[in-house]
Ligand binder design. Structure first.
Ligand code: ADP
Ligand code: MG
Length: 280
């Protein structure tokens, strides 16, 4: 980058700050490089920038604003290194990027240990869906559960439910990191149950299916939740080795057939899906 470029970039970022476009400010330089490499023209570049800003706003609004819980930064699939994560079914992920699953009301379950790219892929799918005009909300599961519990306290549950019911895609990130208690699990199950066959869900989790009962605090509820989620579902296993750790150990290239035996991942065939679907 030449001296001039740097000065331009600094001035541009100041303008973007004044215009209150924080996501464009954060992403413009990187996206400009990508668009240049991919031969995307100026209008295409501007379109992508605006889409990023919009989805970030949507997500902040969905998270309730206020104290502003940590939201994942915007991630694109072009930034994802599939060779570093050989467990992941690249073709499936690229196919999902077409957002066809949303038209078919199918779900996506991303399962694998921490740092293996689940949130990255879920975010990229959400960004893409958003750019195709779908109505999308992105929640960390704990944030959604907290919001639902609060809404119930304030007798606002039906308002929140009706907002959620208007979506095409609901992303639930990090199911399983924190146990959520019986009331929280019931509210979450209710959301997933209402979503069933009406919109698409993307769920990311580090939990093997056998452990879902611990988190959802209720065996029958868990069975029913899993049953609905995994019916018409694309399962993306992200594997067992953290990209962050691997990245930290730069220089030591991962061996090609070193397919990590992901403790947290089970294929769909092995899925111990409970068959008892509740009447409700
Ligand atoms: P998880 O949600 O599975 O815990 P993340 O998606 O948050 O993992 O990934 C952790 C960090 O590593 C993020 O910054 C993400 O962008 C990056 N990352 C993970 N896997 C890859 C990959 N294969 N290529 C590029 N970046 C990756
Ligand atoms: Mg994550």
């Amino acid at each position: 980058m030449t001296r001039n470029h740097e000065v331009d970039l600094i001035r541009l970022k100041e303008h973007l700050k004044a215009l209150r476009l924080p996501t464009i400010q954060a992403e413009c330089a990187k996206l400009a490089r990508e668009c240049l490499a991919e031969g995307v023209d100026h209008l295409g570049f501007l379109l992508k920038l605006c889409e990023l800003e919009l989805i970030e706003r949507e997500r902040k609004a969905a998270a309730g604003g206020g104290e502003g819980p940590a939201l994942p930064a915007v991630k694109l699939i072009s930034e994802f290194d599939f060779t570093a994560q050989p467990t992941i079914n690249r073709l499936l992920v690229l196919d999902l990027m077409r957002s066809e699953y949303i038209n078919k009301r199918e779900n996506v379950l991303l399962i694998g240990t921490s740092g293996t790219g689940k949130t990255h892929i879920a975010t990229a799918l959400a960004v893409e869906a958003c750019s195709q005009g779908k109505r999308v909300r992105f929640y960390r599961v704990t944030d959604l559960v907290t919001q639902l519990l609060e809404a119930r306290e304030e007798r606002q549950l039906s308002r929140v439910r009706s907002q959620l019911s208007k979506l095409d895609l609901l992303v639930l990130d990090e199911l399983g990191y924190v146990p959520m208690g019986k009331a929280g699990a019931e509210l979450l199950f209710d959301v997933m149950s209402r979503a069933y066959e009406r919109m698409s869900l993307i769920v990311t989790t580090n939990l093997p299916f056998e452990q879902w009962t611990e988190v959802l605090d209720n065996e029958r509820l868990t069975g029913a939740t899993l049953d609905r989620l995994t019916h018409r579902c694309h399962i993306v296993e992200t594997g067992g080795e953290s990209y962050r750790l691997k990245d930290a150990r730069r220089g030591r290239r991962p061996r090609e057939v070193n397919k990590p035996e992901a403790e947290a991942s089970k294929g769909p065939e092995q899925t111990p899906v409970n068959t008892g679907r509740p009447g409700a």
